[in-house]
Each structure stands twice: as structure tokens, then as C-alpha cells.
Ligand binder design. Structure first.
Ligand code: 13P
Ligand code: SF4
Length: 306
């Protein structure tokens, strides 16, 4: 415990010395979230990176998130403390796959979930996150829309918009683990509870939810909802801040398998080492960056829905 406090102090001093801002996604280890300048969801953190006047952004999340920060903030140095922290869902579609899908439907706009590589974003018309997906798709004039890579998010959006939607067959292995049976059991074991989940969950799980939203949307929902027992259908890292901000409420994880191994890779030691050596800098080539930024900028012009 004392050692962790010491590491935090050392890291905070180092951040100051390097004029760096530390961002942590809501799924990061508790101590990483606790040390960061800001915690948030994919949308909030990419906006914060773009708006910050820090010279260095230390992004504690997974690769596509740091890459989005690098795309939006070309003048800053963006560090991902562990380069092996990837997102398996983002890797489920390649640039070549998307070129082939676009060839099949030439005039249909492509919406890329931010959980994609910069190359895939560069081939897309607009990006979205779980915090603005329905609004982004609704903002398009086209009647047909193609979405990559998450089939579950696309299915969820298709219910909220008046458009014909097609999508790539990708998924998040962590959210896919949660079954409807586990949610039904958690509800039966906790009478009076409510269930909130991320739209990356399977459709039959989403059907059981009282509310569906992004990770940061869950903090707001937990704060505002009357119920004192909340079953949470997303990665377990979210529990730390939910419990800290709502000490009188109970948060229940319906499955032991709601853990994203990639989100758990970064330790405080990794953050210190990468900052000291200024290593693991995420860069995007200019031609890709300009096209990917256009898709991200279009998304940022659409208001958040939570
Ligand atoms: P949020 O955009 O809600 O933070 O989710 C990102 C993610 O990777 C969920 O698995
Ligand atoms: Fe990717 Fe799923 Fe991990 Fe989010 S939880 S980073 S979508 S693998």
C-alpha cells in the first residue's frame, strides 16, 4: 500500500516535469484510474486529449484510443505505456476487408466505431462511440448505412434509427461473454435491482436492460437512478469509480468473465517507465491521419447522447 502511494507520488511529479497529462479509460486498474488527471470513456478522453494544452498525453487504455488521441492532437506526443494493449474487436476488420465491403455497396456511407484502426477510420465517412452512436447514424442523410466492426452495437443502433443498416460481424470478446441467463439469475438473486449495460453486449442481454449506455453514461445513470442495487453489464474496471461515487448503492457484476485482459496490462510502473524514457509513442502517418481525422471531426460535431 505504502509502495503504491510512493509510486503515485513519483508518477505525479514526473507528469509535472514532462508537462504531461495522464488519461485513463474507465476499465483501467484502480490505481491507474486513481493516479490519472482524468478518467473517462473513449469519447470523453479523445476530446480531453484534443483540448488539453499538455505537450505529452499518456494514454492509459488500448491502442485505438491512443491512436485517436494522436490523430486529433498532431502537435502532441501521445504515449501508450504498453504497446501490446490492443483491442481484439478493433483487429477483427482490416483495411482490405473494408475496401471489399465498400466495393459491394459503393454509395453507402460507412460508420466506424472508434474501436477500429486508423487505417479503417481513414476509409470511413464518420466515426461514432457508444456515447453518440444513435445520434451519429441519425445525422446521416442516407437511408442505408454500413457499420464496422461491432455487430452488437450495430444491432442496438438499428433499433433506434429509421434506416436500413448492414454491418461487419465483429464483437467484443469480453462483452460477448455475458449471457442472458447470468443477467436473469442476478436479477432473481437481487429483487428490486435494475440492470444497466453497454451496447457491446449481445442483443438478448440488451433486451433485459433498464438502460443502455457508454461507460461514462453509467456513472451518470447510477447517480441519478433511485434504485440502490444496480447490476452492471460491462467490464469490471468500472466498479471502482461507481462504488467510490455512490457509497450507499450496491453494484453487482453478473458474470466473472467481464474482464478485458488488454485493459488490465498497464501498471503504474509501466507509466513511469514509458514517461522516463519517452518511449511507446503512438504515431499515425500524415496521409492516414488527415482522412481519419475528418471522420473523427465529423463525429465530434454531433452532440453526445450518453
Ligand atoms: P466506451 O466508449 O463506452 O468507453 O467503451 C469503449 C470500450 O472499449 C468498451 O468495451
Ligand atoms: Fe476492446 Fe472489448 Fe476490451 Fe473494449 S472491452 S477494449 S471493446 S476487447
Amino acid at each position: 500500500m505504502k509502495e503504491k502511494q510512493e509510486l503515485k507520488r513519483h508518477l505525479r511529479a514526473l507528469l509535472k516535469e514532462k508537462r504531461a497529462m495522464m488519461l485513463a479509460h474507465n476499465y483501467q486498474r484502480d490505481e491507474v484510474q486513481d493516479t490519472a488527471d482524468l478518467t473517462g470513456d473513449s469519447l470523453g478522453l479523445s476530446q480531453a486529449a484534443a483540448e488539453s494544452d499538455a505537450e505529452v498525453i499518456v494514454f492509459c487504455g488500448v491502442h485505438f484510443m491512443a491512436e485517436s488521441a494522436a490523430i486529433l492532437s498532431p502537435g502532441k506526443t501521445v504515449i501508450l505505456p504498453r504497446m501490446d494493449a490492443g483491442c481484439p474487436m478493433a483487429d477483427m476488420i482490416t483495411e482490405d476487408d473494408l475496401i471489399e465491403e465498400k466495393r459491394k455497396r459503393p454509395s453507402v456511407p460507412v460508420v466506424a466505431y472508434v474501436n477500429t484502426t486508423a487505417n479503417v477510420k481513414a476509409l470511413s465517412d464518420i466515426c461514432c462511440t457508444s456515447a453518440n452512436a444513435v445520434k451519429v447514424v441519425s445525422s446521416l442523410e442516407a437511408e442505408r448505412v454500413y457499420m464496422v466492426p461491432d455487430r452488437n452495437l450495430a444491432h442496438y443502433i438499428s433499433r433506434g434509427v429509421n434506416k436500413k443498416m448492414e454491418w461487419w460481424d465483429g464483437f467484443c470478446p469480453t462483452h460477448e461473454n455475458l449471457t442472458a441467463e447470468e443477467v436473469v439469475k442476478a436479477k432473481a438473486d437481487n429483487p428490486g435491482s435494475i440492470f444497466v449495460c453497454h451496447p457491446e453486449c449481445r442483443p438478448e442481454v440488451v433486451d433485459l436492460a433498464d438502460h443502455v449506455c457508454s461507460t461514462s453514461g453509467m456513472y451518470r445513470y447510477a447517480r441519478e437512478v433511485d434504485s440502490t442495487t444496480i447490476i452492471v453489464g460491462t467490464e469490471m474496471g468500472i466498479l471502482w469509480r461507481l462504488r467510490k461515487e455512490n457509497p450507499s448503492k450496491r453494484f453487482i457484476l453478473p458474470s466473472k468473465s467481464l474482464i478485458c485482459p488488454n485493459m488490465k496490462l498497464i501498471t503504474l510502473e509501466d507509466v513511469i517507465e514509458s514517461l522516463e524514457e519517452m518511449k511507446n509513442v503512438v504515431t499515425v502517418t500524415d496521409d492516414v491521419r488527415v482522412k481519419a481525422k475528418a471522420a473523427l471531426d465529423k463525429m465530434l460535431a454531433v452532440p453526445r447522447e450518453w
